[in-house]
Ligand binder design. Structure first.
Ligand code: HEM
Length: 181
């Protein structure tokens, strides 16, 4: 996606340059990660995914849960683990906002039940953090298909046109056949 596409969601060129472009690119350039793939692989063991299409492959619900489900785990390289993505190589980049969660495992006759408990409060409370992640996921969904709204509006116009044509064709058919039957 190009930076200037953000005009769709209410930014002007100046805001895009000031708030989104950190690498000296132009407003019409493609958004690209500044992290080199080879180095990222050395640091994390895997190359971080392309987030511009992640909402399409994982879906909004999964992303919303994933970004809220990091917990402290001393056995991993980053010190973090994730309840829906076991041993994810991604560090909890939002921990300052969310705080630190701990995994709680309860065993009953129904099996193991895992839940997360907030040990250390972050800069946001739970409701604020949930809303923040909701906004972030909405943005990722938008990024996955920036034309989605235009596509839906166009779809309605096309369906209305087809319906109009159906009514006209049916009226025409009746007109043609009325003297024969
Ligand atoms: C708010 C910003 C970020 C979001 C929304 C985000 C989102 C995600 C998501 C959804 C995945 C799972 C991909 C999958 O389906 O396989 C993922 C994986 C990953 N992310 Fe992030 N990420 C963010 C920031 C970062 C940063 C800053 C780093 C590096 C410092 C990073 C490193 C990774 C790595 C290495 C993986 C691969 C995990 C694995 O396959 O084990 N992410 N990220």
């Amino acid at each position: 996606m190009r930076y200037n596409r953000h005009r769709d969601i209410g930014f002007n060129n100046e805001e895009i340059l000031n708030k989104l472009v950190f690498t000296g690119q132009k407003v019409g350039d493609l958004m690209q990660s500044a992290m080199r793939k080879k180095e990222a692989e050395k640091w994390f063991g895997v190359v971080p995914p392309d987030l511009s299409v992640i909402a399409r492959s994982r879906g909004a619900d999964w992303l919303y849960t994933y970004l809220r489900a990091f917990y402290r785990d001393d056995s991993t390289v980053t010190g973090w683990n994730n309840l829906v993505f076991d041993r994810a190589a991604m560090p909890h980049v939002l921990y300052k906002l969310q705080g630190e969660q701990r995994l709680v495992v309860k065993t009953s006759d129904k099996g193991e039940q895992k839940s997360l408990l907030l040990d250390k409060q972050g800069e946001m409370n739970k409701a604020e953090f949930d809303k923040f992640v909701g906004d972030l996921v909405n943005y990722l969904v938008y990024l996955g298909e920036p034309h989605a709204n235009t596509r839906k509006e166009l779809g309605i116009i096309v369906m209305a046109f087809l319906l109009g044509m159906l009514i006209l064709s049916y009226a025409l058919k009746r007109e043609y056949w009325k003297d024969i039957h």
